[in-house]
Design a binder for this molecule. Sequence first.
Ligand SMILES: *Cc1c(COP(=O)(O)O)cnc(C)c1O
Length: 321
Amino acid sequence: MNDDEPTSQITECGSFDVLRDDLAHPYVNGNKLRKLDAVWPALLAGPARHVVTCGGAQSAHLVAVAALAAGTRGALASHLLVRGEAPAAPTGHALYMRLLGGNVRYVPRREYAARGAMLAAYAAALCAPPDGPRPDQIAVLPEGGAMPGALLGSARLVRWLAGELGAAPRDLVLDCGTGATAAGLALGVALLGLPWRVVGVEVGGPPGEAARTATGLLNEAVAEYDLNPGVPDAAQAALRWVPRGHPRRFGRTLPGDGAAVRAVAAATGVVLDPIWTLAAWEAAAARAAAATVGPAPRQLMLHTGGGLALCGAAQRWPEQY
Ligand SMILES: *Cc1c(COP(=O)(O)O)cnc(C)c1O
């Protein structure tokens, strides 16, 4: 977000460690903060007066952009294009993106499917009135903040972690949607030559999708920032993609999720949500339990935060919560 070195807290939770990035900011959850770490200052330094982006009704990215835009006290206005219909009673991220002052527009799914065209048409309409902004005063961010510049913040987090943890082998375990956060962590591991692996739990999309997006972003980042051409291969070598332990369609919650979250909170004080972070917790716990023979890398779960995303699902499956 600024020139300060990003810091967080590392807590031991029994057989593995947790990076408490969920505590980073009340409305900008851990991994969205990391993804915007380099992007946002660049945006503020440019001519932009409006930022346009898109996502689902419970998108943490949309709330993050609304919160950071609110922090500019009028210098930047946020425009949030949300997939689907407005909920009858907004809750969780759907509520907070409005409370934080975002200009929220719900877009029918068919129109939303062509994201690029949708974002471009919205930006053009903003500029259309005679007193409207110039095109260069509109910044457009992709869904989920998945852009090459997003990798830099996660890479900077790895540098901070290496200072805290030293260079012993580690597995960084995190829940993934687009894979942009994992790609940035792998970039940091590659740039620093650390003996670390990045274990991405595929939560947000079909198998293989996060890996494809991560690969694309790594290649784009290497071109854009003129990095050593060996970096993408080293980053790929650090990446591992694993399915989540209890698979389900993204956004659903299963019987037992509420009990699992309550048990972790009771034992450790850490609050998870079954949409995202429970998947990473379970993966880190399973990997720590499996690694009982010989020297194995210690697991560090990145708690990416974003628990408000559960509010919509908790309304639909109240019996579990
Ligand atoms: C957005 C989000 C993710 C997905 O991050 P990617 O960089 O798209 O993989 C994971 N967990 C939480 C809590 C999120 O809000």
